[in-house]
Design a protein around this ligand. Structure first.
Ligand code: ZN
Length: 392
């Protein structure tokens, strides 16, 4: 069925004014100033409300993550509506610390499961450790031959939980990802988990200094976990890398910087707004360790934190078109997800409607409503009414 969203204030993410969006077959068919002359369509009057691209969450533990203080701390996988209620229409799954009891097979299966439930879903092969866990036995083959696999990661550096990779090991892995990306047309990136270690981004800078690999191949995440790391990341982005902040909740006593605050600092320092993304770490464990490496506290990442970071940016006065970029067009560019992260004719009908308070009232994924007028229309197969307690 054709759906017409008329009188929408479209941020694509740039503001292109009032448009009428005709959607069908999972695509945006037209984006016109004049009302299309088509019958047999469902018409929804947006009455000037803002329509924006669906969010791309470029780092979530779609199998569930955690498991850093015993088996009982393995975090369950988020449900479909945890993503959609957060405005996420495409998610990229990763394995983290636990790439032992969890593996690439189950990660790829989780991506396929989310696709069957209607969400856009991809993943990286590998996990924190080297040699990288894979499905085929080779990182390059996983990226080239397995549809949802677009890169390798999150490989841990500067962290006590890492494999303590050497420069040569990191270069070899990055080159595999890069070449596989060229062959397949996929992202071909090395997505790097950054820990609290003092070495920070040193290995990445050394990699760029001694190799021919383009800076975009090296994509560090959790860059807002410490002020010094954020500073380093601003420098790295100026060399051409894309850097990713995590939308974790931040205590006042914390060293970490909230993702929205980090983005504003990045912009204030003259950073290119097209090289900074924000992801949720949804389904992951947010642990605190003591000096002996024991976990003293854990929280769980939620896709909803991504929405909160976006809303905080707007509350801070960041213009909507700028606030959208870290969760739409920037991850789409890095991940080579053509037709996503932007509202364009022929692109995917992944759309959000925002109300006056920056709340997400409607979510369309691939032309299907998942949230309509704040009511949830679709749940994952094993979700009950009480599994998602977010106000929807
Ligand atoms: Zn991580």
């Amino acid at each position: 069925m054709l759906i017409l969203l008329k009188n929408a204030q479209v941020f694509a993410p740039e503001n292109i004014g009032i448009r009428h969006l005709l959607c069908g077959g999972g695509r945006v068919l037209s984006l016109s100033k004049d009302l299309p002359n088509t019958s047999a369509m469902l018409t929804i009057d947006c009455e000037g409300r803002r329509v924006v691209p669906g969010f791309i969450d470029s780092h979530a533990h779609i199998t569930g993550g955690g498991g850093e203080a015993g088996f009982a701390t393995r975090v369950p996988a988020p449900f479909l509506s945890h993503y959609t209620c957060a405005g996420v229409t495409t998610v990229v799954g990763v394995l983290g610390t636990d790439d032992t009891t969890r593996d690439t097979r189950s990660l790829v299966a989780s991506a396929y499961a989310l696709r069957e439930e209607g969400l856009g879903a991809f993943c990286h092969t590998g996990g924190y450790h080297l040699p990288a866990v894979t499905l085929t036995g080779r990182v390059k083959d996983d990226i080239v031959f397995i549809d949802p696999v677009i890169g390798v990661g999150e490989v841990a550096i500067s962290d006590h939980r890492s494999s303590q990779p050497t420069l040569d090991e990191l270069l070899r892995l990055a080159s595999e990802a890069h070449v596989a990306g060229l062959i397949s047309g996929k992202a071909g990136i090395l997505h790097l988990h950054l820990g609290d270690g003092e070495r920070g981004l040193t290995l990445i800078r050394e990699s760029l200094a001694v190799s021919e690999l383009p800076p975009r191949v090296f994509n560090p995440t959790h860059i807002n976990r410490q002020p010094a790391l954020l500073e380093e990341s601003i420098g790295l982005a100026s060399l051409g890398s894309y850097v990713d902040a995590t939308a974790f909740p931040v205590d006042e006593a914390d060293d970490a910087i909230a993702a929205d605050v980090a983005f504003v600092q990045y912009l204030d320092a003259g950073g290119d707004p097209g090289r900074f993304s924000i992801s949720s770490d949804g389904g992951g464990c947010l642990p605190v360790f003591d000096d002996a490496g024991r976990m003293t506290h854990m929280d769980v990442g939620r896709p909803a934190e991504l929405t909160l970071a976006f809303q905080q940016l707007l509350t801070q006065g960041v213009p909507l078109e700028t606030a959208l970029r870290p969760v739409t067009s920037t991850p789409a560019d890095l991940l080579r997800l053509n037709g996503r992260g932007r509202i364009v004719e022929g692109g995917r009908a992944d759309l959000l409607v925002l109300d006056d308070n920056h709340q997400i009232s409607d979510v369309m994924v691939n032309g299907e409503w998942h949230l309509r007028d704040t009511r949830l229309c679709k749940r994952g197969r094993f979700e009950t009414d009480t599994d998602n307690t977010q106000p929807v």
